[in-house]
Design a protein around this ligand. Structure first.
Ligand code: NDP
Length: 286
């Protein structure tokens, strides 16, 4: 079998188009505030891309840059200001933060109604209890791609590799809500290949380059590869690979997301969707 590739780039472009149309009809342009602390080059690229994507759908991008030496109190004061600003619908503090700042304390300070990353414990709790929540962007993007791939979710065996608060656990919650039978595997799981082979739906979010091999995959399974890992190449530039050995897996799976071009583009599209959702709920728009 040769797996169908699941095109995250095209799906994300379609979603961004739908968001742009909704924004054009909204009473005002939603505002997304992105806070970058320090000079981490990867974070700077993410923030730039998020700003560009925000403007492209007609929303306002409000960018705040603090020096790497910023204190926790300074960052908390900025978050408090953004919480109180009626023109700001979403607040995203780019992670990781410099070591003098407690990321959990900063996330906890964000108004849950503006928490477009969906990392606040209130949103995590709402998701876990099936209440209306702002759902973390990457997990939400994975669910859209599963539906795009035509996955039958109800009753399916789903295995999530990885149990982080921002990816693994929320994906598991969403799969459970969609009536999958969910197993969450991690670094202490025994017989990882055997657990993965049970999966009709396999989501890999471990951050280990090409760890999931072709013989870990059930024939016909749908594979969502969240991992983004840079591996060395002879020219020194490196290339991006996922947590799944793509060519091997594609020979067995029914459908699979590529890296790059799979889950990655969905994350920003879902961030924009969350910002629109936050604006609608907070401002009482239909
Ligand atoms: P974390 O490092 O926070 O979590 C990794 C998880 O994988 C942990 O639960 C860990 O287990 C588990 N794990 C690590 N090594 C192994 C192993 N050898 N066997 C089994 N389980 C293992 O990572 P994130 O969840 O933040 O991210 C995961 C990947 O997804 C990364 O590659 C990241 O770059 C990517 N990512 C991609 C995004 C996108 O937009 N596409 C967005 C966010 C992340 P334990 O808990 O036991 O330590």
């Amino acid at each position: 079998m040769t797996a169908r590739p699941i095109d995250g780039k095209a799906t994300a472009a379609r979603l961004r188009g739908e968001i742009a149309r909704a924004v054009a009809q909204a009473p005002a342009a939603p505002g997304l505030a992105v806070v970058l602390v320090g000079e981490d080059p990867a974070s700077a690229v993410y923030v730039r891309n998020k700003g560009a994507a925000t403007r492209e759908v007609g929303m306002r991008s409000i960018e705040h840059k603090l020096p790497a030496t910023a204190t926790q109190d300074e960052l908390l004061a900025l978050v408090a200001r953004l919480n109180g600003d009626p023109e700001v619908d979403g607040i995203l503090v780019q992670l990781p933060l410099p070591r003098q700042i407690d990321a959990q304390a900063v996330i906890a300070a964000i108004d849950p109604a503006k928490d477009v990353d969906g990392f606040h414990v209130v949103n995590a709790g709402r998701l876990a209890t099936g209440a209306e929540a702002l759902v973390p962007c990457t997990p939400r993007g994975c669910m859209i791609l599963l539906r795009e791939a035509g996955a039958t979710l109800s009753g399916a065996e789903a295995v999530v590799l990885g149990r982080s608060n921002i990816v693994g656990k929320p994906i598991a919650q969403l799969l459970l809500q969609a009536d999958c039978t969910v197993t969450i595997a991690h670094s202490r799981t025994r017989d990882l290949p055997g657990v993965c082979r049970r999966a009709d739906i396999l989501v890999a979010a471990v951050g280990r380059a090409e760890m999931v091999r072709g013989d870990w995959i059930k024939p016909g399974a749908i594979v969502i590869d969240v991992g983004i890992n840079r591996v060395p190449t002879p020219d020194g530039k490196g290339r991006l690979v996922g947590d799944v050995a793509y060519a091997e897996a594609a020979a067995v799976a029914g459908a699979i997301t590529p890296v790059p071009g799979g889950v990655g583009p969905m994350t920003i599209a879902c961030l924009l969707e969350n910002t629109l959702t936050a604006a609608r709920r907070r401002r009482g728009w239909k």
